[in-house]
Design a protein. Structure first.
Length: 94
């Protein structure tokens, strides 16, 4: 997760993932985790799609906006919430 992504999820802001070269990049460089999992299955490939998604994210009545906000909350909980980790990550006993 990049610094910009960290800041956005900590501030409770939704994320829009623009990945026009996803196939080429993942084939050449690889990814730490499946992009679909990280992006919530919602990434866009064009600037037009990105702008449309940003507009939806800013609209409190938009279903897509609600979905993007929930995904940002999940990323925040997964990466920054100690209580989440205590509930979902098994820690080996000494």
């Amino acid at each position: 997760m990049s610094q910009a992504e960290c800041e956005q999820v900590l501030l409770g802001r939704p994320l829009v993932f623009l990945a026009p070269d996803l196939e080429v990049y993942s084939r050449r460089r690889g990814l730490y985790q499946p992009y679909r999992e990280f992006s919530g299955g919602r990434h866009v490939a064009t600037w037009e799609q990105a702008l449309s998604s940003v507009q939806a994210a800013l609209d409190p009545s938009s279903d897509l906006g609600s979905e993007l906000r929930r995904h940002a909350e999940r990323l925040r909980d997964e990466h920054f919430d100690l209580a989440y980790h205590l509930r979902h990550v098994s820690v080996p006993k000494p």
